[in-house]
Design a protein around this ligand. Structure first.
Ligand code: G3I
Length: 302
């Protein structure tokens, strides 16, 4: 196959991309995105501050631009993200306790109702675990409402849209030896044992010199899958875009039957949140990088 999406589909996987609504008018950007990918994530437009700028007043203008573009171009959509310590609108930042808890529930219900039946996977909760060696939760206004906020979010989400796969999504959980990985693993294991509705774990996979790719990523994916959840690579970018590392990540996903697919966090290097690291698959002029060829070859079987 000659595109990433078609090559991934040979394995029953998708190959996705993060899209920014304000770039869809850029014809180079839009034509690459339309051609190569078959799953779309909104880079910012479905976040809390974008979709509920004032309490109870939802705004899906930019989110729908991306959603409609994706559907018109035959792509599925991953929803990102419903409950997160960051990108909260000012009104939510100022809430605490039961008022914040209720606002979270109302937000999940409001956004998921708008897209009911239309989203393949939702990142229900994003980045709830602490960096470093504790393996514990990240402190946040949501965590201070009670550590059951995550399971409340998942139960709310299941009721709001029973057809969406519900994911927990985080970064620096790719290395099996890291405390943060083990913390998330323990939570997912506990959720599965107690019947909390979780379907998938998203591994953001922002690899760089501080958190490099390690070949034990495949172990991590396998161990989570063995708990009875799907896994997905949700925000892949690699500092320097080593072709070998990109190919290794593809092969790790292909080796784990419950790995649903791979999403890269932008189209060209110039579209990246860390463009100075040139971490993506396309050059600024839209030409394919060596990493692109390595990914395509890996998807095509070597
Ligand atoms: O659109 C405004 C613009 O009008 C304004 O002039 C400018 C000035 O700062 O800001 C622009 O908004 C920025 C937005 O990106 C669009 O470029 C925000 O400040 C900036 O905070 C925002 O950054 C995004 C970041 O999430 C926010 O947390 C990045 O684009 C986005 O790539 C990044 O994505 C996250 C995932 O959601 C979660 N995992 C990590 C990943 C990378 O940080």
């Amino acid at each position: 196959e000659s595109t990433l999406g078609a090559a991934a589909a040979q394995h029953g996987r998708y190959f996705g991309v993060a899209i920014a609504a304000n770039r869809l008018n850029d014809s180079t950007y839009a034509s690459i995105a339309a051609r190569e990918f078959n799953m779309v994530t909104a880079e910012n437009e479905m976040k809390i501050d974008a979709t509920e700028p004032n309490r109870g007043q939802f705004n899906f203008t930019n989110a729908d631009r991306i959603y409609n573009w994706a559907v018109q171009n035959g792509k599925q959509v991953r929803g990102h993200t419903l409950a997160w310590y960051s990108q909260q609108p000012g009104w939510m930042q100022s809430l605490s306790g039961s008022a914040l808890r209720q606002a979270m529930i109302d937000h999940i219900n409001g956004v998921m109702a708008h897209y009911k039946g239309k989203i393949a996977q939702w990142d229900v909760v994003n980045e709830a675990f602490a960096d470093g060696n504790s393996g514990g939760r990240r402190d946040s206004n949501l965590e201070r409402t009670g550590s059951d906020w995550i399971e409340v979010a998942f139960r709310t989400a299941r009721n709001a849209d029973p057809n969406a796969k519900l994911c927990y999504n985080d970064y620096n959980i790719e290395n099996w030896n890291w405390a943060k990985t083990q913390g998330v693993y323990r939570m997912v294991k506990d959720f599965k044992q107690r019947g909390v509705p979780i379907d998938c774990v998203g591994f953001q996979s922002h690899f760089n010199s501080g958190s490099p790719y390690d070949s034990n990523f495949r172990t991590t994916l396998s161990e989570f899958a063995a708990l009875g959840v799907d896994v997905a690579i949700t925000e892949l970018d690699i500092q320097g875009a080593s072709p070998n590392t990109y190919a290794a990540v593809v092969n790790d996903c292909l080796a784990v039957s419950r790995c649903l697919g791979i999403t890269v966090w932008g189209v060209r290097d110039s579209d990246s949140w860390r463009s100075e690291q040139t971490p993506l698959l396309f050059n600024n002029d839209g030409s394919k990088k060596q990493a692109y060829t390595a990914v395509l070859n890996a998807l095509n079987g070597g």
